[in-house]
Design a binder for this molecule. Structure first.
Ligand SMILES: [Zn+2]
Length: 170
């Protein structure tokens, strides 16, 4: 069932926010102090980890730089240095929380309002159906979001694994 608060966020983004096309990630960063857990699962000086919306797959994470960049080539050395460790740490956390066999990583940033660089980290379940494996997993992005409470619940579990509070086998 679509979550209306999330649907409104996306609709607001597509309509643009005032002057010119808005940037979803920068708009969220601007209200950092009031973000729900699922939009601020973990942060450091350069990166913010969020749960994806518009796709009903629990644990589909997105890693975004905290300033506006539209190409990976524009990332600073400091941002680049942390990128790899985030991808690996989040993959380990997803293995613990979702039991996934592995993770997929993808970066496109092509949709209007979403040109801000963002890396998708997708938990690939052991039993993910063959028709949606590999790049076809994006076929699951049907605009349906999990309920915000469910996103927050997953977010808090991932955060506790990252913080070392919850130990896993990974
Ligand atoms: Zn931006």
């Amino acid at each position: 069932m679509p979550d209306e608060s999330i649907a409104e966020r996306v609709a607001g983004q597509q309509a643009g926010s005032g002057s010119g096309p808005g940037c979803y990630s920068c708009d969220r960063e601007a209200e950092f102090d009031s973000l729900p857990a699922w939009e601020s699962i973990a942060v450091d000086d350069h990166w913010r980890v969020v749960h994806a919306f518009g796709v009903p797959l629990p644990g589909w994470l997105v890693l975004v730089p905290r300033r506006h960049v539209t190409s990976i080539a524009e990332l600073t050395d400091a941002e680049a240095e942390l990128l790899g460790s985030w991808q690996v740490r989040l993959s380990r956390a997803l293995a613990v929380v979702t039991g996934c066999a592995k993770t997929y990583v993808a970066q496109f940033a092509e949709r209007e309002g979403f040109a801000h660089v963002h890396f998708h980290l997708v938990p690939r379940a052991v039993d993910l159906p063959e028709p949606v494996r590999g790049p076809r997993v994006f076929g699951l992005m049907d605009g349906t979001s999990l309920p915000a409470e469910e996103l927050d619940r997953i977010a808090l579990r991932i955060r506790s694994v990252l913080d070392g509070v919850e130990k896993g086998s990974a």
